[in-house]
Every structure is written in structure tokens, then in C-alpha cells.
Design a protein around this ligand. Structure first.
Ligand code: GRF
Length: 207
């Protein structure tokens, strides 16, 4: 049986290394049937857009300054994503908080990756927050997105030791290596229909 056509919309604002990890995983055949149908950025100069173009992926810039307000900006993103028929919306370094209208349009179908073991250190600069707090272990989390900031149900996590000689950059680089492995695995679970949202828990069905 042919794997079904599973369309991802990836939202970015910057570098795009997680986008690249998703693309590479698809190209290695690890996400059978998946393709990135759209890369959407709120930043016209985001290097992630070049990565997408190099792989022949459609890109779209939605500039918040071009809209009357947040509701209109969110609506424009919703329309762009719906027009491509995306099955899953992946936030990959997208640096804006999504509005209620956006969350409602894709409820249960939006995921994000965050470079800490949530619920520790949500928001900005989580690697620096981990160092400042003095934790010995940090890591990364893929979670469903709801109205809260980095507070939706956890799908997968990966732990990374914090070393005494770490600064935020070194810790971020080691966490990033794990992010690149974790995000495609979480997408695969979603594609295979193995995730069930129960209350605030994402349960994973065994194969
Ligand atoms: C990653 O650390 C991700 O966890 C966070 O923002 C960063 C994006 O990096 N949400 P990149 O653009 O994927 O390289």
C-alpha cells in the first residue's frame, strides 16, 4: 500500500536547522508519505527560507507589519496553511505567540520543539535559564501547542547533561543535536496515529 500523502506546514523565523532535520529525515525515507508542503516565515530574511527553496519547497512570508493587527496576521497564516491542506503544523524556531484563532483552526495538530525539559524553563533563553538555575540535566521537548506558552501536552523529551564548563552556546549546541533526532520521531508518531491527547497528557500507543 502506498503511504498516504501527509502534508507538513513548518513555521520558522530564523536559522531553520530543525526544518533541515525534518527535510533530511523525509529524504532518508524515515517519514514515509510525508512532505513539507509549505514553509511559512514571519521574517523575510530568515535563512530557513533558503533551506526550503534549495529543496524545492514552497515558501511564504507573512509579515506581521502588513496587517492591521494580530487577529488579521493570524488569519493570514491560517489561510496560507489551509490552502496547502496541511495535516500537521510544526513550529520550528517560530518566534511569535500564536493567537487563539490560529490555535482553534488547527487544535491538536500543532506541535513545537523547545530546548528545555518542560515545564522547566519555558519562554526565551531556556539554555541560559538552565545554567542560571544550576540544573545538572536539561534537554528538549516536543509538545502540542495550546493557548499557553510552551505549556501544551508533552509528546517526547530527550535529556542532555549540563556540564560545568558549559556556556549557553555550548549547551544549546548539544541540545540542538538531540532536537534534530527528536522532532522527526515525534512527527512520525503523529503521522502513524499513535498519539492520543487525554486531558493534558499525550499518550503514545505501542506499535
Ligand atoms: C531551537 O532551539 C528550537 O528548539 C527553538 O528555537 C530554536 C530554533 O532553531 N524553538 P532552528 O531555527 O531550528 O535552527
Amino acid at each position: 500500500m502506498e503511504p498516504k500523502d501527509f502534508k507538513l506546514a513548518v513555521l520558522v523565523s530564523g536559522r531553520g536547522s530543525n526544518l533541515q532535520a525534518i527535510i533530511d529525515s523525509i529524504e532518508r525515507g524515515e517519514l514515509p508519505g510525508a512532505r513539507v508542503a509549505l514553509v511559512l516565515s514571519d521574517v523575510a530574511e530568515a535563512p530557513a527560507l533558503k533551506r526550503a527553496s534549495r529543496h524545492g519547497i514552497e515558501t511564504r512570508v507573512v509579515d506581521p507589519k502588513a496587517f492591521a493587527g494580530k487577529i488579521e496576521f493570524n488569519q493570514a497564516m491560517v489561510e496560507a496553511i489551509q490552502a496547502r491542506g496541511a495535516d500537521l503544523v510544526c513550529l520550528a524556531g517560530f518566534m511569535r505567540i500564536l493567537g487563539k484563532g490560529f490555535i482553534e483552526a488547527f487544535r491538536g495538530r500543532i506541535v513545537n520543539i523547545h530546548p528545555s525539559l518542560l515545564p522547566a524553563f519555558p519562554g526565551l533563553h531556556p539554555q541560559q535559564q538552565a545554567l542560571d538555575y544550576g540544573v545538572k540535566i536539561s534537554g528538549c521537548t516536543v509538545h502540542f501547542v495550546d493557548e499557553t506558552v510552551d505549556g501544551g501536552a508533552v509528546i517526547l523529551q530527550s535529556a542532555v547533561p549540563v556540564l560545568e564548563e558549559d556556556d549557553a552556546g555550548r549547551l544549546a549546541a548539544r541540545i540542538l543535536e538531540q532536537e534534530h533526532l527528536l522532532y522527526p520521531r515525534a512527527i512520525r508518531l503523529f503521522m502513524e496515529g499513535r498519539l492520543t491527547l487525554t486531558g493534558r497528557k499525550a499518550l503514545i500507543k505501542e506499535n
